[in-house]
Ligand binder design. Structure first.
Ligand SMILES: *Cc1c(COP(=O)(O)O)cnc(C)c1O
Length: 234
């Protein structure tokens, strides 16, 4: 990663997404860029916001809450929680985020629904799927997604928006595409089974597989390194 300034890398990330959408012959507004700011200081988030970025993803709850407090003056900023979450930490997510991408069990979903404050709109939920079936990776197994989705869709204070995955890394475009295509198929199955749920989101594609993800229908790509540079920790 060359050490270019944030405004340039952010503009390049948008250009990369636009090019991928063109390559896939998709509408240029059909995928959103989520800036993954984990381990990066609040000052960088502020700078990205000043250059028009509004959607930010965080993985570590305590770190995220500290940055949110520092950035409370930023209007229309949208916070996405994308990391693993212990069930005793759900309240802070329910109270401080607009999106939660990493729900992989009913217990977490139930607590988020119960704890979502009345004055906020329903919390947007993606179910995280262990799409490459890797042992010790988080995410619900593909054959268990349907059952979980039906239960989550019934919870009153959540909007089930779609699916999220972090596939096993690969350097080959074809190998990258296979699990992403599988995630898209799972979303299609859910849309058929749950016609009343607002299932419009495929949260997939990171700095190394954005093009493959857009070719397979990603509607929300999560870029960290490509925007903020390499992370020195975690
Ligand atoms: C860190 C992270 C990203 C961003 O990864 P990069 O490779 O830095 O783009 C995206 N999604 C999740 C869930 C992450 O934890």
């Amino acid at each position: 990663m060359t050490d270019i300034a944030l405004p340039e890398s952010l503009a390049q990330a948008h250009e990369r997404l636009t090019n991928a959408l063109k390559m896939a012959e998709r509408p240029l507004d059909s995928a959103m860029l989520l800036a993954v700011s984990k381990t990066k200081p609040a000052s960088m988030i502020r700078q990205a916001w000043q250059h028009g970025q509004r959607e930010f993803g965080e993985n570590y709850l305590q770190e995220a809450l500290e940055k949110q407090a520092e950035l409370a003056d930023l209007e229309s900023i949208v916070w996405h929680f994308i990391g693993p979450l212990q069930s005793n930490k759900t309240r802070a997510v329910a109270e401080n985020f607009a999106w939660m991408h990493s729900v992989d069990r009913l217990k977490i979903a139930k607590r988020l629904s119960e704890q979502r404050p009345e004055h906020l709109p329903p919390l947007n939920i993606c179910l995280q799927v262990n799409i490459s079936r890797e042992a010790s990776k988080s995410g619900v197994m593909p054959d268990e997604v349907m059952a979980l989705a039906k239960e989550v869709a019934a919870l009153p204070r959540l909007n089930l928006r779609g699916l999220m995955a972090i596939p096993a890394p690969s350097d080959s475009l074809a190998e990258q595409r296979a699990p992403l295509a599988a995630l898209r198929q799972l979303l299609t199955d859910l849309q058929v089974a749950l016609p009343d749920a607002p299932l419009d989101t495929l949260s997939m594609g990171m700095s190394d597989d954005l093009e493959a993800a857009v070719l397979e229908g990603a509607t929300l790509v999560r870029l960290g390194t490509a925007i903020f540079g390499a992370r020195t920790t975690q």
